[in-house]
Design a protein around this ligand. Structure first.
Ligand code: BTN
Length: 258
């Protein structure tokens, strides 16, 4: 008998403990990009709406990269947020998303996570999840934010070449894991962190710092074609990277580090 691998919404829903995130749940077999779909959504779509797709025909990653996901083996989804979020909170939201993915993995599978600025989630140096935040703004605030997340759950192997070696929870944990359980655990944690944001970022920052191996190391920051070298001093309260160079300390809001 063929194993039933379609996402089981009831199983997911029983474990979901959020007030609004994931409560309006859309599930499709295929879409161009879950981020693109929610970015173009009409005004009457509520905040917290989640779109989960088995397949994306134009899945996008950071820096115009392509994001591949395997139907029925990955979690490929986006969350729409319409709360009044100030510009300077966007990086902390990026970090909070990575922290929620990391905590869900640690809680359910006791795997050791490390985080790479701004929001890559790694196990043993290999990438298990990627996050792409997109936004539309109004004045000093965002009108809408879409957080797109791709998590490698049950892929048995990876083919092709990648900028960072990928891995899946199944490969690291040694067993097939439940996508439904993982998604609800992640959303429960994420909503709590999100609702706490106006009260301060200390918990997120402390957790993130503890899992970042690069703080204190010499790094290269690449943004478009500009390369900067220096020491990764810390992240500041808003989640910006502080790069120490011969000329002083520079705040970096965007880029790839290596
Ligand atoms: C990265 O690491 O470069 C970010 C990858 C983000 C991929 C997710 S999958 C769901 C959502 N829809 C997209 O088109 N991209 C994001």
């Amino acid at each position: 008998m063929k194993e039933k691998l379609k996402f089981n919404i009831e199983e997911f829903d029983i474990k979901l403990d959020t007030d609004f995130i994931g409560r309006n749940f859309l599930y499709v077999d295929s879409v161009d990009s879950t981020n693109k779909f929610l970015m173009q959504s009409k005004d009457n779509i509520p905040s917290g709406t989640l779109l989960l797709a088995e397949e994306q025909t134009e899945g996008r990653g950071r820096k115009q990269r392509i994001w591949f996901s395997l139907p029925e083996q990955s979690l490929t989804f986006s969350i729409l947020l319409k709360e009044k979020i100030h510009f300077n909170q966007v990086n902390i939201l990026n970090l909070a998303t990575a922290v929620a993915v990391a905590q869900a993995i640690e809680n359910l599978y006791q795997l050791k996570i490390n985080l790479k600025w701004p929001n890559d989630v790694l196990i043993d140096g290999k990438k298990v999840a990627g996050i792409l935040l997109e936004s539309a703004s109004k004045g000093e605030h965002f009108e809408k934010i879409v957080i797109g997340i791709g998590i490698n759950i049950n892929q048995p192997f990876f083919k092709g070449s990648f900028s960072l070696t990928p891995t899946s929870l199944r490969l690291e944990f040694g067993k097939v894991v439940s996508r439904e359980k993982f998604l609800s655990e992640f959303l429960n944690i994420f909503e709590e962190l999100f609702l706490d944001l106006p009260g301060g970022n200390n918990k997120i920052l402390a957790y993130w710092r503890e899992r970042c191996r690069m703080i204190g190391e010499k790094i290269k920051v690449t943004d478009e074609n500009v390369e900067k070298y220096g020491m990764f001093e810390d992240i500041d309260d808003n989640g910006y990277l502080l790069l120490k160079t011969a000329d002083g300390t520079e705040k970096i809001s965007y880029g790839d580090i290596s």
